[in-house]
Design a protein around this ligand. Structure first.
Ligand code: ADP
Ligand code: MG
Length: 724
């Protein structure tokens, strides 16, 4: 019996249809992995004449009267039911009831009702009680005992099926399951005292006690963590066993020339990680490393050094960035960093010089042809681009290193496509400026080794951040613009960041995260703020816009003008979030700051910590003091520790969101695991998974595990293909 069997073969057709329509549940596995959201405890089974005000009770009674009528004061209906038995009667009330209440509670039906006893106009009543209809051939006393004493699993709601009917359907399936294959190896279960799969599924869906739930949850979390770690351990093993030409550092090549020409000393971290990378590039197996470090910690320098080492060894390097703006920015700053070393074929080039080629989606056909030619004949040592690098006609002569910037926006699969572009398997270096808590690194990036740049280059002064509340202190916004004017007068530059571009009504906020479901005014838009600033508080300054709907050339031109300080203030969306490097920019005003996530704000303000001047980041918000959104902003203002903020961010989000849309396969396989709280479990699962892959890489003794791993990988791959 496998969890892949269709629900249809266990439930009647109508019910199977309802769970499909409500939750997309197709298989028994989908059904059984639709876990309760929480558990309620029912009140004691109580006689109708012994109801105490304020007590939680369960009663067995028959419906005497049921009326649905509109409410007097408010919109919507009220459903009143009078129930009773030989001991008395009781009123039940629902405000704006769901349709199924009226259908279930017909006059004459007998049911169990649970809720808190309240009083209205001298009458005892239950408001919105839980209930379960008792069939005439059920023994009401047995039913009542079961109903009153057990925990009530509360399932995610749907219009079409009550939580208890869903629980019944789960029960029908659990009763029919004869035997279940268990993907978790027996010895792993034994070592960690975990129950078998069927026991765990019963425990989570039909617990008697909280301890049952805890035991079941532990085991099911293990499934999630272990399967994920097995997939990752298998990937790591593959990487270790793949061979690739070693890229040994050459003497008197580009790397030496680059180091000699650097206008600063490498930080200790840069030097150490640089040495590690150099060492790994010299191995006959591909490097697979994650480089994390705060914005401005000098990752790019480390990456460029690695690229040059590979070029010296006769190979090429590709750098993939998530956006066109960022790719262009990289091309510009790496050209600058390399100077004559990147000017092969141009006047003033160094002897050992190479070429940098930029490949984005918006190149003209002719420019693209030229770029492709330089990539295929190898004259382009460094190829920088966006997803355009993944296209089939991009062929390298000898791709030795792939650098992926800001990997959280790319999926594993995209990395693989780029990696597959060489005849040999290239080394991979992934850079991210988003600090990643350890457990997330082990989960999302678990197939990579990790290096972290912890210190900023010397001479940086930390950024100051302040919240500018416009609801209680409207004058502060004027003061904010005044600060911008002061800085510009002192020869500095500023960013104004908005959560939205504007105009198109349907557009989603640009990268900003929805904060709640309530209807609120639309977020502040670049296209609205820009003219207001130009005619108002920033009148006379050189202000320009930058956003994702501008043509690539315009974007590039705007960035260029800002970089060369022809523009004082850039009003932009989060396109500036990553990588934009203008050390002269010292102020950032973030409008509707609460619309952005914690990590995103941290990332944004990194844009003004690039030079030796103290940066000032102003988080403008309408939210009143003490509101949750405002507290998040206060937290961002209170610390510059990216790891602490990343933890906070994680604590406030669902795990699936953390794993990210680009990690959707993993997202769907992680339901119970909490990346912050389950660190020990994840570590243990990782150790077990690594050991198991070493012992039995082909899963010869674990066919059930293999089946489950294959299912997870296939789901991941299918989603990638759907995305195209
Ligand atoms: P990241 O990619 O981590 O955001 P970069 O490598 O772009 O950081 O470096 C940010 C800025 O700091 C760049 O202008 C770079 O030239 C400079 N920088 C990098 N390393 C050092 C260092 N060791 N000392 C001084 N400045 C540095
Ligand atoms: Mg960078």
């Amino acid at each position: 019996m496998s969890l892949e069997a269709p629900v249809k073969s266990y439930l009647d057709g109508r019910l199977a249809k309802v769970v499909w329509e409500s939750f997309g549940i197709e298989t028994v596995g989908d059904m059984l992995r639709h876990y309760p959201r929480r558990y309620a405890e029912r009140g004691k089974f109580t006689d109708l004449h012994k109801l105490e005000l304020g007590e939680y009770v369960t009663v067995l009674a028959r419906v005497h009267k049921a009326t649905l009528r509109p409410m007097r004061q408010r919109r919507g209906n009220m459903f009143e039911v009078l129930v009773g038995n030989e001991n008395g009667s009781l009123k039940l009330t629902w405000f704006t009831p769901r349709g199924f209440h009226t259908k279930d509670l017909k006059v004459g039906r007998q049911a169990l009702f649970s809720g808190k006893v309240s009083e209205f106009r001298g009458e005892r009543q239950l408001t919105h009680p839980e209930y379960k209809v008792v069939d005439e051939d059920d023994d009401p006393v047995v039913a009542a005992g079961d109903f009153a004493n057990s925990l009530i699993p509360i399932y995610p709601a749907s219009e079409k099926i009550t939580s208890w009917k869903f629980a019944d359907a789960i029960g029908i399936i659990l009763d029919q399951l004869p035997h279940l294959t268990d993907p978790l190896p027996f010895d792993v279960r034994a070592r960690h005292g975990l129950t078998d799969l069927l026991g765990a599924l019963r425990g989570i869906h039909q617990p008697r006690t909280r301890a049952d739930v805890a035991r079941a949850t532990e085991r099911l979390k293990w499934d999630e963590a272990f399967i994920l770690q097995v997939v990752l351990a298998a990937r790591r093993r593959d990487t270790r066993r793949t061979s690739t030409p070693p890229r040994l550092r050459a003497r008197n090549g580009l790397t030496d020339a680059f180091e000699a020409a650097l206008p600063f000393e490498l930080t200790v971290g840069q030097a150490e990680i640089g040495a590690t990378i150099e060492d790994e590039l010299a191995q006959p197996h591909p490097m697979h490393r994650l480089l994390q470090g705060e914005v401005g910690s000098g990752k790019t320098v480390v990456a460029v050094r690695a690229m040059l080492t590979v070029i010296d060894a006769g190979g090429q390097a590709a750098l993939m960035a998530p956006t066109e703006v960022l790719a262009m920015q990289h091309a510009r700053s790496i050209r600058e960093l390399l100077g004559p070393l990147a000017m092969a074929g141009e006047l003033g080039a160094a002897d050992e010089a190479t070429r940098i080629v930029l490949l984005t989606g918006s190149l003209s056909a002719a420019a693209r042809r030229t770029a492709l030619a330089e990539i295929v004949d190898g004259s382009a040592g460094i190829v920088i681009g966006t997803h355009a690098l993944l296209e089939a006609d991009v062929v390298f002569r000898d791709l030795g290193l792939v650098v992926v910037d800001e990997q959280h926006r790319f999926g594993v699969e995209q990395r693989d496509v780029l990696r597959g572009k060489g005849d040999t398997t290239p080394h991979v270096l992934v850079m991210t400026a988003t600090p990643i808590p350890r457990t997330v690194a082990m989960t999302v990036y678990g197939d990579l080794e990790t290096s972290t740049l912890r210190e900023l280059p010397r001479g940086r002064t930390p950024i100051k951040t302040a919240v500018v509340p416009t609801s209680d202190k409207p004058a502060w916004l004027d003061a904010a613009w005044e600060r911008v004017r002061e800085q510009v007068a002192a020869g500095r530059q500023a960013f104004v960041v908005c959560p939205r571009i504007g105009e198109k009504e349907t557009e989603a906020p640009s990268g900003a995260e929805p904060v709640d479901d309530e209807e609120r005014r639309a977020p502040i838009a670049v296209l609205d703020v820009f003219p207001q600033l130009v005619d108002g508080p920033l009148k006379g300054l050189r202000v320009e816009m930058l956003h994702g709907r501008m043509p690539a050339d315009d974007k590039d031109a705007a960035m260029r003008r800002f970089s060369s300080a022809v523009v004082d203030v850039l009003v932009a969306t989060t396109v500036i979030e990553v990588g934009v490097d203008v050390p002269n920019a010292t102020v950032m005003v973030v409008m509707d700051a609460e619309r952005f996530g914690i990590s995103q704000l941290h990332q944004l303000r990194g844009r003004i910590g690039r030079g030796s001047e103290t940066g000032l980041c102003l988080l403008v918000t309408e939210l009143p003091e003490g509101s949750p959104g405002r507290e998040r902003l206060d937290a961002v203002a209170a610390t510059l520790d990216g790891f602490e903020l990343a933890r906070l961010d994680l604590a406030q989000r669902r795990e699936g969101d953390v794993l990210g849309a680009s990690q959707s396969g993993r997202r769907s396989s992680v339901r119970l695991l909490e990346l912050l709280n389950d660190e020990d479990l994840i570590l243990e699962a990782r150790d077990e998974a690594s050991a198991m892959i070493e012992r039995d890489p082909e899963f010869a003794s674990e066919p059930d595990l293999l089946a489950e791993v294959t299912r997870v990988i296939d789901a991941e791959r299918a989603r990638f293909l759907e995305k195209g």
